[in-house]
Design a protein around this ligand. Structure first.
Ligand code: 5GP
Length: 527
């Protein structure tokens, strides 16, 4: 299953490591063929290299759009070496076999990420490269294909130890990688088109990414896991810089994303905000006159659950806030930026993962989210609905006070980021109790109330914060029972989408208790 490499075709846009590889190949007596730019780089390094035009008898034309698309190249890559007909064709048409193809593609992803204009981006769609990669990979019984400069050392080592030959297993692995590469490449191109033409749900939705991190394990230790980057430039866990601490785990990444997306609902210019997350659900969210105050108020909601949590801030982490945070065991902090003093304080806790995101994501921006089901991919646009943009309708006799309205909106924003069924009590820009993920809305309302009572005990308050609070339900209240449970916890104002068959019944119960209720007309299920 070993194949001696006699002729190699090198055609690379990213020239990293190509001279070293070519030198190693030359040492093994391999004949080198190359395209224009790569040829120049190799010749400049003093290597003996043949221009592929000399092989095809055809010049590069149309600004390089056609360089290697020629039977002289593709015949050499695709010929079955022990098939008499194929060998005859090679001889008849004077085609030499190519045993190794080292190719990396026009930098489409980089040009797209750099915001290249339409024609520039289109011009960076590689045609001949993917064709050669696919041809070489198909013929992996005889041909070795290398698409990633990271694989050069492995190839050099294999050739040195095996007398210039490659093993079948290596060629197979590289072929698998090659098709993953061309698939990912075309995915990026089709996604760019979908974005440019504003097609949200094309018939073929391709999702793809490049592995940026392999974790020790997934959600559980017996699961393997990796983090793939899609190239979307949204500030957040995927693009943030890790300033200290170990690599993020699968659960850390999931929870940090939830935390940062939630805190980004509160724009920095409107004042400091903090969200503390456990298992992708918030256990406290608050705004404050300073960042440290926002943190303390978020923590007060459920300081027991906050242990080992993820903290997201909407402003630069400062020294005062860092001093408070290090008092408690925390897994991850993410903020748009970190002050030098804060970095020094956090450094005393070397295991604490500190992420600087460089900015806040725009909660109104569009994008896609996906999850897998067996045999399918569920894809939807991001939930970018904002309570500020909705026409709120007062449905009760009593209208909410100004403060109640502010608290309602705050609670509804948080509820959008809580697993359904979500019930969130809030008062003065601080969550007072959060009920998450229950199968019954009444249970979520009750649990939130109970947690608020526990928090009051822990903090030494006379009464739970839910007394005189506003409460949000992320989906409509199907019966009056949930509302009664909220009223029992002390809520005086309720915000919910409305639209239940029994809205009248629920409104009547609210009126009976003098509670103000507002309908948003928008639901925020989160499963
Ligand atoms: P070079 O820098 O050597 O001139 O060009 C290398 C790049 O050209 C590689 O990224 C390779 O994938 C690409 N390439 C090779 N052949 C062709 C072709 O026939 N058409 C196009 N569009 N690109 C090619």
């Amino acid at each position: 299953d070993r194949v001696k490499i006699r002729t190699a075709l090198l055609s690379v846009s990213d020239k990293t490591g190509i001279v070293e590889l070519a030198k190693a190949l030359a040492e093994q007596g391999v004949r080198l063929l190359s395209t224009g730019g790569t040829f120049k780089a190799l010749a400049a390094a003093g290597l003996d290299v043949t221009d592929v035009s000399d092989v095809t008898g055809f010049p590069e034309i149309m600004d390089g759009r056609v360089k290697t698309l020629h039977p002289g190249v593709h015949g050499g890559l695709l010929a079955i070496r022990d098939d008499a007909e194929h060998v005859k064709a090679l001889t008849e048409h004077k085609i030499g076999t190519i045993d190794l193809a080292v190719i990396n593609l026009y930098p489409f992803e980089e040009v797209r990420a750099a915001g290249g204009d339409y024609p520039t981006t289109v011009e960076n769609i590689d045609i001949g490269g993917p064709a050669m990669i696919r041809a070489a990979a198909k013929n992996h019984a005889y041909v070795t294909v290398i698409v990633d400069p990271q694989d050069y050392p492995q190839l050099i080592e294999a050739l040195r130890t095996n007398d210039g030959e490659t093993a079948y297993a290596l060629r197979q692995r590289m072929a698998a990688k090659a098709y993953a590469r061309t698939a990912a490449y075309d995915t990026m191109i089709s996604n760019w088109f979908a974005e440019a033409l504003d097609i949200e749900m094309p018939r073929y939705r391709t999702l793809g990414g490049v592995l940026s991190q392999e974790m020790r394990y997934g959600e559980n230790p017996h699961q393997s896991a990796g983090f793939y980057l899609t190239g979307e430039k949204r500030p957040g866990v995927a693009t943030a810089a890790l300033l200290q601490g170990k690599q993020l785990s699968y659960n850390n990444i999931n929870d940090t994303d939830a935390a940062y997306e939630l805190v980004s609902e509160f724009p920095a210019e409107k004042g400091p905000a903090c969200a503390i997350i456990k298992h992708a659900n918030p256990c406290g969210v608050a705004i404050g006159s300073s960042l440290v105050e926002a943190y303390k108020r978020a923590l007060a909601c459920d300081s027991t659950s906050a242990f080992g949590g993820i903290i997201a801030l909407n402003q630069t982490l400062d020294a005062a806030t860092a001093e408070e945070i290090v008092k408690l065991f925390t897994e991850v902090i993410i903020a748009p930026d970190i002050s030098e003093e804060a970095k020094a304080i956090i450094a005393k806790k070397p295991n604490l993962r500190l992420l600087s995101a460089g900015g806040l994501p725009d909660p109104r921006s569009r994008g896609l989210t996906a999850k897998t089901v067996s045999g399918g991919l569920l894809v939807q646009t991001r939930d970018n609905g904002m309570v500020e943009d909705l026409d709120l309708r007062v449905v009760t006799k009593r209208a909410p006070t100004d403060q109640e309205l502010i608290d309602m909106k705050f609670a509804f924003k948080v509820a959008k980021h809580v697993k359904s069924n979500a019930v969130v009590y809030a008062k003065d820009g601080q969550t007072a109790g959060i009920g998450a993920g229950q199968m019954s809305r009444v249970d979520s309302a009750r649990i939130a109330g109970l947690k608020a009572e526990e928090a009051a005990k822990a903090m030494g308050w006379a009464e739970p914060m839910t007394r005189g609070s506003a409460v949000a339900s992320e989906a409509f209240l199907p019966f009056a029972d949930g509302l009664l449970s909220m009223i029992a916890a002390g809520a005086t104002a309720v915000i919910q989408p409305g639209g239940s068959m029994r809205d009248e019944e629920v409104i009547a119960a609210a009126d009976e208790h003098g509670v103000a209720m507002v309908f948003t007309g928008m639901r925020h299920f989160r499963h």
